[in-house]
Design a protein around this ligand. Structure first.
Ligand SMILES: *Cc1c(COP(=O)(O)O)cnc(C)c1O
Length: 385
């Protein structure tokens, strides 16, 4: 590795803090001065505000959206599975091309993950394979009770065929929206199509805290109530555990920070879109590497801007020599990582596209605070490819 100074980082959560420093500092001071640090007024207000943002724009007459905050995105998935009664003796279908957290959450509740392949253009769950697996589940597995489609890199999965198949087979749909806060499909926000949605609020996500945080949303008020209890020892009433729970709470300082950021999320996503459009144009001029595929009717929020490049190492080195950082999301599929290899069931397609993608994907710098000069510097290199 050479010693070139990086002038364009791949991600920069510190830039997000500096851009809103005065508001965030004031919110943190307010939370600290309140004398109440966990599951208080800030958390309750964030849940209301997030639910309102998430639920906005749905069809008239839609049920109220509820949101429940928790410690992180992995726990949001784990709590949602538990709240639905999914655990040992259940199979949950997801993909291997995702953050390992998606699969870890399934195993945290004792359920069996079944990993299906991805569509090579969008890197999201192959809807045809999912439909086939639900119609004819692989032998030897417990019954399939839920699927977790992951709206990867900021783009919605091909939800309609999957929703129809899940409805037909009585299977729950938990959308993993950890990379897609605010993404849409046919005008519907991701997270409003399935039975529940889970969001990581990790600092680099489209909506990020300055520490760990997560949230889930649903129109099912009873499910939200159960999850609200499970996240704190199963309490409905203080000190009385109605059910068995865990500790996965949202703290007040993070909630206060998230309340500053939520109203800025749509504009931040729009800025990501501008950066993506500039990269698209530069790549088209360069002519050697295709811009990322956009699903028709999808509002992509570009958590990552991901290229497919057979000679990835060479391009990453060339960018680095120009002071531009890049990253790989993800270098290994979950089913080939040491903790999962050889024991995680795969769908009939055997994850061939997943295996091909991990050798080719690379992520360009992408965060809303990228300056026009930084974007232009990256574009200059892309035009010369
Ligand atoms: C980040 C992420 C998670 C996990 O979130 P944490 O807050 O790190 O627990 C889960 N799923 C996906 C797709 C993610 O990108």
């Amino acid at each position: 590795m050479n010693a070139t100074t990086i002038t364009v980082p791949q991600a920069d959560p510190g830039a997000g803090y500096r851009a809103q420093k005065a508001e965030i500092d004031a919110a943190v001071a307010r939370a600290l001065s309140s004398g109440w640090y966990i599951l208080g007024q800030e958390g309750a207000s964030f849940e209301k505000e997030f639910a309102a943002w998430q639920g906005a724009g749905r069809a008239p007459g839609a049920r109220d959206m509820r949101a429940v905050g928790c410690a992180n995105g992995t726990d949001a998935l784990m709590l949602t599975l538990r709240g639905m009664g999914i655990g040992a003796g259940c199979t949950v279908v997801t993909v291997s091309h995702t953050a390992v957290a998606t699969v870890a959450a399934i195993e945290m509740v004792g359920a069996t993950p079944l990993l299906v392949d991805i569509d090579p253009d969008t890197f999201t769950m192959d809807a045809e394979e999912l439909v086939a697996v639900l119609a004819d589940p692989p032998p030897g597995l417990p019954p399939i009770r839920a699927i977790i489609p992951v709206h990867l890199y900021g783009q919605a999965c091909d939800m309609d065929p999957m929703l129809a198949a899940c409805r037909e087979h009585g299977v729950m749909v938990i959308e993993d929206c950890s990379q897609a806060h605010g993404a849409t499909l046919g005008g519907r926000k991701v997270g409003t199509m399935g039975d529940a949605a889970c969001f990581s609020l990790y600092p680099t996500k489209n909506l990020g805290a300055l520490g760990d945080a997560g949230v889930m949303s649903t129109e099912d008020a009873a499910l939200a109530d159960r999850i609200g209890a499970i996240r704190q020892y199963g309490w409905k009433e203080r000190y009385i555990s109605d059910g068995v729970g865990v500790n996965s709470r949202l703290d007040e300082v993070q909630a206060a920070i998230l309340r500053v950021r939520l109203p800025l999320l749509d504009a931040a996503n729009a800025r990501r879109g501008q950066v993506a459009a500039a990269y698209d144009a530069a790549l088209t001029q360069g002519g050697r590497i295709a811009p990322p595929a956009r699903r028709i009717d999808a509002g992509h929020v570009f958590h990552q801007y991901v290229l497919r490049v057979p000679d990835r190492a060479a391009l990453m080195a060339r960018l680095r020599a120009e002071g531009i950082a890049s990253a790989i999301h993800y270098p290994a599929p979950v089913h080939l990582q040491p903790a999962y290899r050889g024991r995680t069931p795969l769908g009939p397609a055997g994850c061939a596209e997943t295996a091909r993608a991990v050798g080719e994907v690379m992520s360009l710098p992408m965060f809303p605070e990228l300056t026009d000069q930084q974007v232009e510097h990256v574009c200059g290199v892309l035009r010369r490819l």
